[in-house]
Design a binder for this molecule. Structure first.
Ligand code: ATP
Length: 271
């Protein structure tokens, strides 16, 4: 595999606030790569420096291929129709609108509506389609599923995987650990201006463990159980609750927040 993006010693400050303290990473062609970090970690700043939209203080950034960019926040004139926007962007890029692609992004279903009438998910699909108009090789998506419901999220994931199957390189920013674990080939975690982890989801699990949190609501109150062995813990927990005749009102399992994983990483490093 050859590289689509190379970032070396990338530094960026806003006044006295140093947001990027020397990022180093490489993204291979055809990869889905995630920049993961809590709010304010510097994901958007890093993406915009790589995209050439923001000046950086020092470092070297190389992008091989044509770029397509979906910004975190974008807007279009309230009364423009999706197809008008598509034709406008196609004209700017000196390309013909790709109707097959527009079909895949469900733009046909919304072509009669005006921008102001679109839902968050429909707007995101439209902006993604606009980012793809010029048939880019490297696609940047800044928190593409923010504000989407489960269905919208899954459908966008499917479209992102489809882009990968067409040989595109996809770089996305997210703070959702669960999302990037299933979607991305590699993940870089940005914390306090540096990359604290870069590797596959499996390597991340090897580093921080496969920690689960089981939230149980019963008439006696709410409790949270932490475990590395979800199946065994669930079986014994449910068995115990049944034996004690405690009725479960609600139960939820999650993988914890990024902050919890950082704390775990820091604890292991200290050990
Ligand atoms: P989020 O997940 O909330 O989108 P992020 O990881 O993308 O956050 P950035 O938007 O890159 O983070 O912001 C990183 C830090 O830089 C934050 O502390 C933010 O307040 C600051 N920052 C971002 N843009 C500017 C700016 N134009 N001027 C000054 N400070 C900024």
């Amino acid at each position: 595999m050859s590289s689509a993006i190379q970032v070396r010693e990338l530094k960026k400050s806003y006044g006295s606030h140093m947001v990027l303290k020397g990022l180093d990473f490489q993204i291979e062609k055809g990869e889905i790569f995630a920049l993961l970090g809590v709010n304010g970690a510097g994901k958007t700043t890093a993406l915009e420096c790589i995209e050439g939209l923001r000046k950086y203080d020092s470092g070297v950034v190389t992008v091989n291929g044509k770029m397509g960019i979906q910004l975190q926040l974008s807007s279009l004139p309230a009364h423009i129709r999706p197809m008008e926007a598509i034709r406008l962007f196609a004209k700017w890029n000196h390309v013909k609108s790709d109707y097959a692609m527009l079909d895949a992004f469900g733009i046909k279903e919304i072509e009669k509506k005006r921008y102001i009438q679109l839902s968050t998910g429909q707007k995101r699909r439209l902006h993604l389609a606009l980012a793809l108009i010029s048939n880019p090789d490297v696609i940047f998506l800044d928190e593409p599923t923010a504000g989407l419901d489960v269905e919208g999220r899954l459908s966008l994931h499917e479209q992102i995987r489809k882009l990968k199957s067409h040989g595109k390189t996809i770089v996305l920013a997210s703070h959702d650990m669960a999302e990037v674990e299933t979607l991305c080939d590699r993940i870089a975690i940005l914390n306090n201006g540096t990359i604290v982890f870069c590797g596959t989801a499996l390597e991340l699990t090897d580093t921080v463990g496969r920690k689960y949190f089981i939230h149980v609501k019963t008439q006696q109150g709410d409790r949270v159980f932490e475990t590395d062995h979800i199946e065994d813990t669930l079986i014994s927990l449910l068995g115990e609750l049944k034996q004690k005749k405690i009725h479960v009102l609600d139960m939820k399992v999650d993988r914890g927040t990024l902050e919890q994983h950082f704390i775990e990483m820091a604890r292991r490093e200290a050990e």
